[in-house]
Ligand binder design. Structure first.
Ligand SMILES: [Zn+2]
Length: 415
């Protein structure tokens, strides 16, 4: 897989527009918290008002090849007979992407990812600080990056919004607004065409399922209702983020969140290490409990609890919402814990995803000033071993082609 450093990616996008003869206006739409310019490309003479957001999360670089495919699509569609504009924001969370780029601008590996991983808590995520006023939660402090895209949405009034996210482990999916639900079978077929196994079940417990790998959007109001159902008396005091871009656009806008994976699954059989589903699940719960305990110990130190080190915001967020997280995790695994069957691929993938989340939280904690623990070390080395046996990087062309095919279905579906 070939991914680029942020500067190289921006240069590449400009070069591709020139090479393909795409007429582009480069707009500066705002300035990040660290003073970096946030750029948007305005491409005119296209059908439909569309907005494409890259690096909505700073640790999700698969937007790079997909953004390039979007420029190629614009080159095909651009015609004096068309009168709308597309806006492309190649690097929305530019500060965060610069912090992460060390793990993808050379060879991508689980070890490099853990060592250089940076993901802030939702209140510091550009995608999750749009204004929100629902169910007792009031948020009105968009980050400067969020405000830049908010102004762009106000100005462009998109009919189509595509926010480019990505996952790590096998299991491709998209999240789409209700008016896109009729496209669900086509999107599922795209995953099959390119050998990307779609996720069978939604990873988010409170959204609809339209097809394998095609689920409803995780609107903030749905999450708030869900959290209230877990904790009817709770204050949700940890909930300090806002809504997402798809919460902010008009309800008539077709919104899609793309979640293609970085890795594909190889050597699926678990014959060498037969393990029962319930044992794997028990280990998963134990991992979460160890993380929660280590976070509680770490944040008992007021210096760490109050530190404004950017790497600490995410582990601190996990610490603050540990009660509802553990409830959700245990609920999701309740059936499996009593299951005597041998573990299947999907069980191992879930287990590896837990090892990864736990390892990246520990990594951020240590790099932010916390102490190293035994669970951190064992989780990381177990994951590296499993990754060697079961994961391989996806070819960039698969990402480009699958991303492009989904966007074509969206544009065709709107005609
Ligand atoms: Zn994301």
């Amino acid at each position: 897989m070939k991914l680029l450093s942020i500067n190289d990616f921006i240069t590449r996008i400009h070069d591709v527009t020139k090479d393909l003869g795409v007429e582009v206006d480069v707009l500066s739409i705002g300035t990040s918290r660290s003073g970096n310019v946030i750029e948007a490309l305005k491409i005119s003479y296209l059908p439909r008002r569309a907005l494409f957001l890259g690096f909505a999360h700073p640790n999700e670089p698969l937007c790079e090849p997909i953004m390039e495919a979007i420029v190629q699509e614009a080159a095909i569609w651009q015609s004096p007979n068309n009168h709308e504009c597309w806006y492309l924001v190649p690097v929305w969370d530019v500060d965060g992407a610069l912090k992460n780029q060390a793990w993808w601008s050379d060879t991508v590996s689980i070890a490099r990812m853990i060592d250089h991983w940076y993901r802030p808590d939702p209140s510091q995520q550009v995608e999750w600080t749009f204004p929100l006023n629902y169910g007792g939660i009031h948020f009105d402090q968009p980050l400067p990056e969020t405000d830049a895209v908010r102004r762009l949405i106000d100005m462009s009034n998109p009919e189509l919004l595509v926010s480019l996210h990505n996952g790590v482990f096998p299991g491709a999916y998209t999240l789409i607004s209700p008016q896109g639900s009729q496209l669900a079978p086509k999107i599922r077929d795209v995953f099959h065409t390119y050998g990307l196994d779609p996720k069978m079940y939604s990873p988010i417990p409170y959204v609809e399922t339209f097809a394998e790998g095609v689920f409803g959007l995780p609107h903030a109001r749905l999450e708030i209702d869900y959290l209230r159902s877990l904790e009817p008396e709770g204050s949700l005091s940890f909930y300090d983020n806002g809504g997402a871009s798809f919460d902010y656009v008009n309800a008539s806008c077709m919104s899609l969140v793309m979640e293609l994976p970085l890795f594909k699954w190889i050597g699926g059989a678990l014959a060498n290490s037969p393990v029962r589903r319930r044992d794997l699940v028990a280990r998963q719960i134990k991992l979460w409990e160890s993380l929660e305990q280590d976070l509680a110990d770490a944040f008992a130190d007021p210096e760490l609890l109050l530190s404004d080190h950017p790497l600490l915001s995410s582990p601190r967020y996990f610490y603050r919402r540990r009660k509802s997280d553990l409830t959700t995790i245990k609920k999701g695994l309740a059936n499996a814990i009593e299951n005597d069957d041998l573990a299947q691929e999907a069980d191992l993938q879930n287990y590896m995803a837990t090892l990864f989340t736990v390892s990246t939280q520990y990594s951020q904690l240590f790099r932010g000033g916390g102490r190293y623990t035994n669970t951190a070390e064992s989780a990381r080395s177990e994951l590296e071993m499993l990754a060697k046996d079961h994961l391989s990087e996806l070819d960039t062309h698969i990402i480009t082609n699958a991303g492009r095919a989904i966007i074509r279905h969206l544009l065709d579906g709107m005609r």
